[in-house]
Design a protein around this ligand. Sequence first.
Ligand code: ATP
Ligand code: MG
Length: 604
Amino acid sequence: MRLSQILFVTLRDDPADAEIPSHKLLLRAGYIRRIGSGIYAYLPLMWRVLQKVSQIVREEMNATGAQECLLPQLQPADLWKESGRWDTYTKAEGIMFSLIDRREQQLGLGPTHEEVITAIARDMIRSYRQLPLNLYQIQTKFRDEIRPRFGLMRGREFIMKDAYSFHADEASLKETYQDMYKAYSNILRRSGLAFRAVEADSGAIGGSGSTEFMVLAEAGEDEVLYTEDGKYAANVEKAVSLPIDAETSRFTTYEKRDTPGTETIEKVCQLLNCSPTQLVKNVLYQTVYDNGITVLVLISIRGDQEVNEVKLQNELTKLAPEYGAKTIISLNVPNVEAQQAWTAKSLPLGYIAPDIADEYINANKQIHPKFLRLMDQTAVDLKNFVTGANEAGYHVVGANWSEQFQLPRLIVDIRKARPGDRATHNPEQTLESARGIEAGHIFQLGTKYSEAMGATYTNEQGEEKPLLMGCFGVGVSRLAQAAVEQSYDKDGIIWPIAIAPYHAIVTIPNIKDAQQIEIAQKLYTELNQAGIETLLDDRDERAGVKFKDADLIGIPYRIVTGRAIANGKVEVVERATRNSQEIVIEEVTTTLHKWITAAIQVKN
Ligand code: ATP
Ligand code: MG
């Protein structure tokens, strides 16, 4: 393409609303344009990048035997009601855009496609002979994200590759999962990204596992905990660890102590001269189940530890049947206003003990009359501990389980693992922290959707069984931006060669110089013919402006038909290293061809 003939507009200054480097650079370099909150136009250069990423994804998926298809974005509400997800996806914090058509039918705009694909499988898969099967698509997804931000990283409309697999048994599901694990690693490696595969939260479905593929970058929204030995890496939402040891309690007898003004752990520890590791902290949460019942949750955990809300949410979802519900719709720490809705008398906040009486709850049809008491193992292990006295201004010290307090029925892991904790696989290893951008997620779904929607097959013994499923997503547009987040300098983007919109740009420093133009045009034609995707900067601009633009848009090789042409040479500059060399004009194409193939092959 000739820059003089295409839509090519770069901005000198950083756009005001962009926070992270990749977002700024893609806007400045004219790759994307914001149309609305979380809504972007992919301009021609970006579209080429996205097509290259899609092609890598396609090749890797096809290599596993998966089949490409294209599913509808308009999805009837009925399907989502069958799976039980309509309300959670369209109400409260749900992220599905929903609408009503001219016949008053409800529809959703596809945020994901489990329902659609399960409906297809239900109709079309009859026998084990048709299994296993893996279908994928590359398509625009719609999600009404609560906080759209960072450009393509968290859009409300974005491109995803999603795949769904069907199996007769666990072994087959695991095999496809492993194939996808390899395919995803290949996709990221070939795209030129540094990444880490990490254990991820599978929500309350449990399943036998899920892995996220994290592109490592400071701007990442996720925290990853890993060990140096390479044997453990997990999203902090899911991570487990051994906490640091608790100090031995300095209290040996049980007593109530006057501790005025010590609502925080820090203050009570200061006053009693003890360590937070000797304290049982009792944290109050409030959850609403999908049948409208509010349950007050009291969590007891060691004073120096924090609650992992993702783990907590999973536990509460598992407990839903005990409250006649299927799932939770909200979870939060109740503020004073929220407490007023259910407290019978004012709570001794900051001084709550694990056995605070249920009488504090003013129960009604919507409010469950008893606290749901959950305890983390760190609290169970304490001896002679300090905790609240259920009375403002007082704590108890030297308390023990089975003596002053009963252990609750539910002891669960709801603790947040932290950097510095010891690893469970080897206590000599400590957890380190890194930031990551989730580019992909692979997931063993099991029978959640097939059971809900009645998607069954007949096995070899002639029995009807629910299909086992896997699902596998890659954020194509997020991945493309993540590549920029990982590779840029003060002058602009440095695209990995495999996904750069063009491989080379031929720059004519002086558009008035006929010889410069002639050589540039000849090289431009020759390079393109040799399969080296090349731009020609033939604009009537100063050389400095052209060089700046070439740097900003991040094309891997710049070929300049400047002074060197007097010696039959051109200057070739590598964007990433800024290495510059003069190459004989006739050798430019073969040289670049060699470099580019080598760069792409290393990644293969
Ligand atoms: P996140 O936790 O970042 O919201 P998710 O768990 O909702 O992601 P999935 O439903 O697993 O994501 O979707 C598969 C992939 O699609 C993600 O790994 C990510 O790369 C991409 N993706 C998800 N949401 C967005 C978004 N709002 N904008 C761009 N890409 C997204
Ligand atoms: Mg999401």
